[in-house]
Design a protein around this ligand. Structure first.
Ligand SMILES: [Zn+2]
Length: 281
C-alpha cells in the first residue's frame, strides 16, 4: 500500500535517537525520560494534535534544543541513518500517491510541537509538493485533523472513488475523485478523509496524473480495443484489479480504472479522442 498508510519504522529506539542527538548531555536524562513519556502519549492518542503534546511548562532551552535537533536528521547529520531508513518506508508519497519521496514531513508541525521534532513516528516520508502545501498549524476542528499515516489504518475501508465522464461537446475525459462513507466508517473519519483531498489538492493534482498515466497505457488500450469494446472494458477491470493488489483499494489508479470500466463512452471507443485531450476537472 502506498497511499494513506505506511508501516511504521520497525524496532526503532527513540531513546537511542535522543542519546545520539544529545550526546553532550545538553538534555538531561530526566528530560529524556520526559520526552519518552511524551512519545508514549503521542502513540496512545494516535498522534492527534493536542495541547498536551505541545508539553508546556518545560525549561525554555529544551524546546529550542529539541526543535533544532531535527537538523541532525538532514543528509549529513548525526541522525542521517534515521532519515535514510524513513525514506525507505515508501515508494511514493503517501499523501498524494504519486510524488517522489524527497522530504520528511512533521505530521504534527515542528514549529508548534517542538518536542516531537525527531520522533520517528511523527516523521512521514513524502513529496516536496505535499510537504510544502501543508498547513503550518493543525486544524482546530477534529473533523479536519490529518489522518495518521502510521497509526490510523484505513485499509479496512474501500472509500476512494472516481467518476469518469466523457464530455459530449468536446470528447474530453473528466475524472472526479471523491470519498465514500463506507459501512462502519465514523462521520469524523469520513470528514477527515474528504478533507485530505482538499488539504493536499488531490483533485487538481490528479487531473494531470490521470492524463500522464493513461497516455502511457495507450498501446495496451488500443490492443484490447482491437477485440471489441467489451475486451477493452475487461482490460480496464483487470488493470483495476492489478492496481488494487499492488497499491491498495484506495489508490488513485485503482479508483481511476474502476471508473473507466464504468464509463461506457470511454471503452466503447471514446478513449482515443479522450486521450487526445487534456483530462479536465
Ligand atoms: Zn505528495
Amino acid at each position: 500500500m502506498t497511499m494513506w498508510n505506511l508501516n511504521p519504522l520497525k524496532g526503532f529506539d527513540a531513546r537511542e535517537h535522543l542519546d545520539i542527538a544529545f550526546a553532550d548531555n545538553e538534555v538531561t536524562n530526566a528530560e529524556k525520560d520526559f520526552l519518552i513519556g511524551l512519545y508514549e502519549k503521542y502513540r496512545e492518542g494516535l498522534g492527534r494534535p493536542s495541547e498536551a503534546l505541545c508539553a508546556p511548562g518545560q525549561r525554555q532551552g529544551l524546546y529550542s534544543l529539541v526543535h533544532d535537533a531535527y537538523g541532525m536528521i538532514q543528509d549529513n547529520g548525526r541522525l542521517k541513518n534515521l532519515r535514510a531508513d524513513l525514506k525507505l518506508l515508501a515508494d511514493y508519497c503517501p499523501y498524494c500517491g504519486f510524488g517522489q519521496i524527497s522530504d520528511l514531513d512533521h505530521l504534527l508541525q515542528r514549529s508548534r510541537f517542538k518536542l516531537l521534532s525527531i520522533f520517528a513516528l511523527n516523521l512521514v516520508p513524502c513529496c516536496g509538493v505535499c510537504n510544502r502545501g501543508k498547513r503550518k498549524k493543525p486544524a482546530s476542528n477534529p473533523a479536519k485533523h490529518q489522518l495518521h499515516t502510521y497509526l490510523e489504518s484505513v485499509s479496512q475501508f474501500e472509500f476512494l472513488r472516481a467518476t469518469a465522464t466523457i464530455r459530449s461537446s468536446t470528447g474530453a475525459l473528466s475524472v472526479e475523485y471523491s470519498v465514500e462513507q463506507c459501512i462502519g466508517m465514523s462521520d469524523e473519519l469520513f470528514s477527515r478523509l474528504k478533507f485530505h483531498l482538499i488539504e493536499f489538492k488531490l483533485q487538481e493534482k490528479y487531473v494531470k496524473q490521470v492524463n500522464i498515466h493513461l497516455n502511457e497505457q495507450i498501446a495496451a488500450l488500443r490492443m484490447a480495443y482491437r477485440n471489441g469494446p467489451s475486451e477493452l472494458r475487461n482490460f480496464l477491470l483487470a488493470t483495476a484489479h492489478a492496481h488494487k493488489e499492488n497499491f491498495g483499494a484506495n489508490d488513485w489508479r485503482t479508483a481511476l480504472f474502476l471508473a473507466l470500466a464504468q464509463c461506457e463512452a470511454f471503452w466503447s471507443g471514446g478513449f482515443e479522442r479522450a486521450l487526445g485531450k487534456a483530462a479536465s476537472v
